[in-house]
Design a protein around this ligand. Structure first.
Ligand SMILES: NC(=O)C1=CN([C@@H]2O[C@H](COP(=O)(O)OP(=O)(O)OC[C@H]3O[C@@H](n4cnc5c(N)ncnc54)[C@H](O)[C@@H]3O)[C@@H](O)[C@H]2O)C=CC1
Ligand SMILES: O=C(CO)COP(=O)(O)O
Length: 338
């Protein structure tokens, strides 16, 4: 049976995923701006977000949610976390019963501290829900470089059915039943990537970056496990894999924000000149709140939140991380670990 897919959100990643799926299934991409939808539909290009890449000739695009979602057998959500709930509410008006919803979004809802799959469950109860996540920088995948990713759903047979839909010659898709772990890995690595960028911006060394990545993995694992994620998920593509890609890549928006902060620029200036989302900026204070709620320590996330809020300079944040009291290298599996 042919599956018709709607991808909601025509930024870099939504457009890339729609382009990939289109090779296997009829796909329609929803764009908020009519001009973007028209350009993709007619010219097979998204000049705003992916100017260098022609898109699949069969990819359709629309700014009408009814047209995008009304006939879809699978809905893929690719809007940033700050617009996720309101967009999902529009989706829900047209969603046919039991259509699965897969989130591409790597963020946390600010007001509620919810993961995006939880937002889907609130707005469209009863629909199967999952996430697609991993080290997947959109432009690299569009350029044809090999990558791997994870589709995480509680129902493994449904995740297996989606593997060929999301897969491509250069994109290998694994399954995982740990939605909480996969989703928390994706959201929290953005916060650690800001810290890694800050290190680059203040001129720190590769040793520093390795320390940030490794201790960052410890703290995101600690929180993710406390919230119900499986420890091994954080050692996989959705955890360590995505953390490495985002912390080292010059293409990462989150690492870029950190680098600019490390050079002494203000968050307002850096964000104002970006036409794209850096989820870690909004996820950092939420991670700190969740850490408090779950009784775990997240010193790097706390430092990132504090630099983003203008409470500390980047240099002060790094000095205070180094000045923390001595302790054993308790790894992230113990929720009380420090
Ligand atoms: N770009 C990438 O390489 C990857 C991004 N992601 C995640 O995918 C999500 C989307 O990221 P990108 O596509 O890169 O973002 P982007 O910054 O390239 O584009 C954002 C898209 O969302 C739309 N948008 C912005 N605010 C909105 C709102 N309030 N309501 C509805 N739509 C809104 C914009 O019009 C645009 O189409 C993020 O959570 C990101 O972390 C995940 C994997 C890879
Ligand atoms: O999630 C991503 C790669 O997997 C993209 O990271 P940035 O949002 O930091 O560019």
């Amino acid at each position: 049976m042919e599956i018709r897919v709607a991808v909601v959100g025509a930024g870099s990643w939504g457009t890339t995923v729609a382009h990939l799926i289109c090779a296997h299934a009829p796909t329609i991409l929803w764009a908020r701006e009519e001009a973007v939808a028209e350009q993709i539909d007619r010219e097979h290009r998204n000049l705003r977000y992916l100017p260098d890449h022609p898109l699949h000739a069969d990819l359709r695009a629309t700014s009408s949610m009814a047209e995008a979602v009304g006939g879809a057998d699978l809905v893929v959500m690719g809007v940033p976390s700050h617009g996720f709930r309101s967009t999902m509410e529009q989706v829900a008006e047209h969603l046919r019963p039991w259509v699965p919803v897969i989130s591409l979004t790597k963020g946390l809802e600010q007001s509620t501290r919810l993961r995006m799959s939880q937002v889907v469950a609130e707005v469209a109860p009863g629909h199967p829900v999952g996430v697609l996540t991993g080290p997947n920088l959109a432009k690299e995948i569009l350029a044809g470089h090999a990558a791997a990713t994870v589709v995480a759903m509680a129902d493994v047979s449904m995740a297996e059915a989606l593997q060929p839909i999301f897969g491509a010659d250069n994109l290998r898709v694994y399954t995982n039943t740990d939605v909480v772990g996969a989703e928390m890995g994706g959201a929290l690595k953005n916060v650690i990537a800001i810290a890694s960028g800050i290190a680059d911006g203040i001129g720190a060394s590769d040793n520093t970056r390795a320390a940030v990545i490794t201790r960052g993995l410890a703290e995101l694992t600690r929180l993710g496990v406390a919230m119900g994620g499986e420890p091994m998920t954080f050692a996989g593509l959705a955890g360590m894999g995505d953390l490495i890609a985002t912390c080292i890549s010059p293409q990462s928006r989150n690492r870029h924000v950190g680098e600019q902060l490390g050079r002494g620029r203000s968050l307002e200036d850096v964000v104002a000149e970006m036409d794209m989302v850096a989820e870690g900026v909004k996820a950092a204070p939420v991670a700190v709140e969740l850490a408090e709620e779950h009784g775990v320590e997240m010193p790097i996330a706390r430092s990132v939140a504090s630099v983003c809020a203008g409470e500390q300079t980047a240099i002060e944040a790094y000095r205070s991380l180094l000045a923390r009291s001595r302790r054993p290298e308790v790894y992230g599996l113990d929720p009380g670990g420090r």
